[in-house]
Design a protein around this ligand. Structure first.
Ligand SMILES: *Cc1c(COP(=O)(O)O)cnc(C)c1O
Length: 392
């Protein structure tokens, strides 16, 4: 099939939920992908922060293929090695004590919300079941994670939504204090609002959230689905905010391209969910976990993190030198670029795709989530296309 054939069948048979660029990718290596005609695309997206090690990383591919050839799945009635190894690595690195595995970010957040509610109800009474989240947040596409998402556009069509959420403006400590009452069991936030425009949340606000959670015995949940797995220059973004959440949700980069989500729990929350209270048929899948184990082995290395930070600084400098970019936001290799008045992010992304560069958008900004292993040469090639497109 050529690209046109793929796109034709796509619009015929795939549900109409995605507005796709007219690009059909068939293979890739590193941060470079190729379409059905062999045209090259520099990838500043890693599939929305998923392909942490880029396309077809040799070690990752081998780890995944070996596991697929040995044991691709068993039910959660039995134990297996890959999920145990990933959980052990996560706990040893972070100090968290237990992990629950699911298959996606939304599911990881569902798990986190179940923990927050059950903790609140058990510790503080039946009415203690409200979770505070932030305005302009994004937490997923299930009915409950849509409810948790603090953007009105997501609260349409699918009524009735799950009750029990209150939204506070990021950075507004007074509004946060006003929202706290006896019904609140937890606070959940992204430290950099990814879909919301790559908007970092204010340090003092995050510190206050952590303090209130401690003081009131609330569950402090950090959604690291986009910011985690060394994306922001530390293994998890909360390390840079000097706080210690009770629950962290992970997904996207964790599997290096295979579906996996995880909920990490500390000593306060590790025993909240008991037998039969949560589960997932595919959760902890051995192949996904073999991929995750390989990813963690790479991205947890201090020298890997150092490289991520160097590349991030290099990319940021290049972006800020482009006259049509007003300023950049974000941390590490999670970057947003505010465009000069008159430039529309979606249109720029479309032109970039035509010219052989894949970029994301978030609200009015361009968003960059390149593979963490992107080379300087790939950065240069991508930047050259971006500059050309922005010049018009
Ligand atoms: C992508 C994302 C999610 C949802 O993850 P899915 O795997 O698409 O369900 C939730 N929270 C944040 C912060 C995300 O970036």
């Amino acid at each position: 099939m050529n690209s046109a054939d793929i796109q034709k069948k796509d619009s015929q048979y795939i549900a109409n939920t995605y507005k796709r660029f007219p690009v059909s990718l068939v293979e890739g290596k590193g941060a470079t992908a190729y379409d059905a005609e062999g045209r090259e695309y520099v990838d500043f997206t890693s599939g929305i922060g998923v392909n942490a090690l880029g396309y077809a990383d040799t070690g990752w591919t081998k780890a995944v293929a070996d596991q697929a050839g040995r044991l691709q799945h068993v039910s959660n009635l039995y134990s297996t090695m890959p999920d145990v190894e990933v959980a052990e690595k996560l706990c040893e690195y972070t100090g968290f004590s237990k992990v629950f595995f699911g298959n996606s970010g939304a599911e990881a957040n569902e798990g986190a919300l179940k923990i927050a509610r059950k903790y609140g109800i058990e510790k503080h009474g039946e009415k203690c079941n409200t979770v505070i989240t932030l305005k302009n947040s994004f937490h997923g596409r299930t009915i409950t994670t849509l409810s948790a998402t603090g953007q009105d556009v997501f609260h349409q069509f699918f009524f009735p939504f799950t009750e029990g959420f209150k939204f506070v403006e990021a950075g507004n400590i007074d509004e946060l204090h006003d929202a706290i009452d006896d019904t609140v069991c937890g606070i959940m936030l992204e430290l950099i609002q990814g879909e919301g425009g790559v908007v970092p949340v204010d340090q003092a606000f995050v510190t206050e959230v952590a303090r209130i959670c401690e003081e009131k015995d609330l569950v402090f949940v950090v959604d690291e689905i986009q910011t985690g797995i060394s994306r922001t220059g530390t293994f998890l973004c909360y390390e840079q905010f000097g706080v210690e959440p009770d629950v962290v949700s992970l997904a996207k980069g964790l599997g290096g391209g295979l579906p996996i989500g995880a909920v990490m729990m500390n000593q306060k929350t590790e025993d909240v969910l008991g037998f039969g209270q949560h589960g997932s048929t595919f959760g902890g899948n051995p192949v996904s976990c073999a991929g995750a184990k390989y990813v963690l082995d790479q991205v947890m290395k201090p020298e890997f993190l150092e490289e991520v930070n160097k590349k991030a600084a290099y990319m940021k400098e290049k972006l800020e030198a482009i006259p049509q970019i007003e300023f950049t936001t974000g941390l590490g290799l999670m970057m947003g670029a505010e465009l000069q008045n008159g430039l529309v992010a979606g249109e720029v992304a479309g032109k970039c795709a035509q010219e052989g560069l894949l970029v994301l958008t978030a609200k009015t900004r361009l968003r960059f989530l390149p593979p963490l292993t992107i080379t300087y040469d790939e950065i240069d090639r991508g930047m050259e296309i971006l500059e050309r497109v922005l010049k018009g």
